[in-house]
Design a protein around this ligand. Sequence first.
Ligand SMILES: [Zn+2]
Length: 217
Amino acid sequence: MFIGHQAVAFAAKRVAPRTSLGVLMGAAMFLDLLWPVLVLVGVEKVRIDPGNTAFTPLAFDSYPFSHSLATSLAMAAVAALAYWVATRYSSGAWMVGAAVFSHWVLDFISHRADMPLLPGTSTRVGLGLWNSVPATLTVEILMFAGSLWLYTRTMRPKGKLGVWSLWTLVGFLGVAYLSNAFGPPPPSVPALAWVAMAVWLLPLWAGWVDRQRTAER
Ligand SMILES: [Zn+2]
């Protein structure tokens, strides 16, 4: 899943308006921030295999650390605790933990049965939403639109910058999503991993967008 993860971050602001959208974005995408790093150092394996599912040309051969159920739960707990220690804001800590874990749940719904439960074991699970392009687009676009509606009702723009900064980010995410869905497969695994590293910029961008808005009314 792609914009479905970002939808979690936008929606979580409703529960934890004092937590930066940047932090929530980093939490919701944390597994995918870790993944290209582990691919680049050779710990996790991915193959380019057009037709692997209807939606993605990627075969996730091995990603036991970034995308197993057990490691996701552990990372969610550590992230929530770290956020709580830093801020003492319990709604925010719950949302940070929930956002990290939501990534595994949403990927479990999307991916074919390639998601490990525990590193070192062979059981793989996944419901395979990606076998249908129309179903994937419908679910993700509805999630994204619904979460944006919640976010704009929670966070009011401080001025013009508050308006266009958000919609620039939303436009970028939409274009990136559709070119991912309908563009050609990546030329090589290193090229894919380096492009995926660019996702590290999104939490920073989202944090800046969030500062142009306020929860006060
Ligand atoms: Zn993922």
